[in-house]
Design a protein. Structure first.
Length: 378
């Protein structure tokens, strides 16, 4: 027995199918996650006038002002999304890079000076909250001179997700598509806060530097120890070291070993092609080193770094006059592990001191020692 639609259904069937198709599309759209966000977008400067941009990004504009300025119009694609802005730039001595947000009703300085005071190529990230970008606005970059000195800007929208973290972690963690997870506090655009010495059971963390520091001309750090640990670890971030090279570590004028900083993912935007080099990396790389405690002593201990094969060949007079390549360190921390029966409570925090090149003494060599002496500081 065949079933035929009634005359009413025959008459209304096209409309029903049309409504059904619209409803199916609506349901399919509603099944998409509401927090789906656009893919990251990278702006390489100078940005071409005919270059396409996403729907949420207006074309970057460079107005004629006393200070070099770049304005980037932005329409947030989601009212709950945060924007991670990563800037690759060249620092100028005594200059600044100011970052602002100009909304429809108010303006805000996000970073009064994005520089870290190292006077070389650098990479930093800034996290802009949804509360700052309530509506469309303009992300502004302004330098202290006639040249902006920005090479690349990466814009990445981030969403809030549930995390599984240690209860000791008090800050929000930020994880971009490619890169390492960082606490949100390090992405606020302000100068980094100096770390303080910390104790955890028998482990002592001793900050060696309180600000980023250039070291290619030779810098000697001094650490005062009241007793020798049973093990020690050195951790740092470096910028400027050629890929494939390592940092040589000198402790009390003796070569202690080497640090090979981590190589970032090759998809990282910090890789640039240079005319005289197939690939260079702009940004900070993590490195660590297991310290031979036999080289440590009670009292003042010196710590120095040099680049592998950084001394010019004697047969090449031209290279001897070439200045060393820029090299910077930050977040240098010495971690000390003491015996469990040792009471650390009355022990004051170890003292650290950095000696600038014109003050640092040249380490003396011992003719009876087979260990090479530390790098001489001018």
């Amino acid at each position: 027995m065949k079933a035929f639609p009634s005359p009413f259904l025959k008459q209304k069937l096209p409309a029903i199918l049309k409504i059904g198709g619209w409803l199916a599309c609506f349901l399919a759209a509603s099944l998409l996650r509401a927090d789906d966000l656009p893919a990251p977008f990278t702006i390489d400067l100078p940005f071409q006038a005919n270059e396409a941009t996403p729907v949420w990004l207006g074309h970057p504009v460079t107005p004629q002002t006393v200070f070099a300025t770049l304005n980037v119009p932005i329409i947030p694609p989601d009212p709950n999304a945060s924007l991670l802005v990563t800037v690759f730039f060249q620092e100028e001595e005594g200059g600044f890079l100011r970052i602002t947000w100009q909304g429809t009703q108010s303006a805000q300085v996000l970073s009064d000076n994005f520089y870290e005071g190292i006077g070389m190529s650098n990479q930093r990230s800034l996290l802009i909250s949804p509360q700052t970008m309530l509506t469309e606005g303009t992300l502004g970059f302004q330098s202290g001179g006639s040249i902006l000195n920005i090479r690349r800007i990466k814009l990445e929208w981030l969403e809030n997700q549930n995390e599984i973290v240690s209860p000791q972690m008090q800050d929000v963690l930020v994880t971009p598509q490619s890169g390492i997870t960082q606490p949100a506090q390090t992405l606020n655009g302000q100068p980094s806060q100096a770390e303080t010495a910390a104790w955890h059971d028998q482990i002592v963390n001793v900050p060696i530097t309180d600000t980023p520091l250039r070291i290619e001309q030779g810098v000697e750090f001094s650490v005062q120890l009241d007793s020798i640990p049973i093990s020690a670890r050195l951790a740092l971030k470096e910028a400027g070291l050629p890929l494939g090279k390592h940092l040589t570590v000198w402790i009390n004028q003796q070569q202690a070993g080497a640090i090979a900083p981590a190589v970032p993912d090759l998809l990282s935007d910090g890789f640039f092609s240079e005319a005289n080099s197939p690939s260079t990396y702009v940004g900070w790389r993590d490195g660590s080193f297991y310290v031979p405690v036999s080289l440590l002593k009670n009292g003042a201990n010196t710590l120095q770094f040099s680049v592998e094969d950084d001394l010019p060949a004697a047969s090449d007079p031209a290279s001897s006059t070439a200045p060393p390549s820029p090299l910077a360190l930050k977040n240098v921390v010495l971690q000390l592990n003491y015996p469990p029966d040792q009471d650390l409570s009355p022990v004051p925090a170890p003292q650290t001191e950095s000696i600038t090149p014109d003050m640092a003494p040249s380490p003396s060599s011992s003719p009876n020692s087979s260990t090479p002496t530390g790098p001489a500081t001018p």
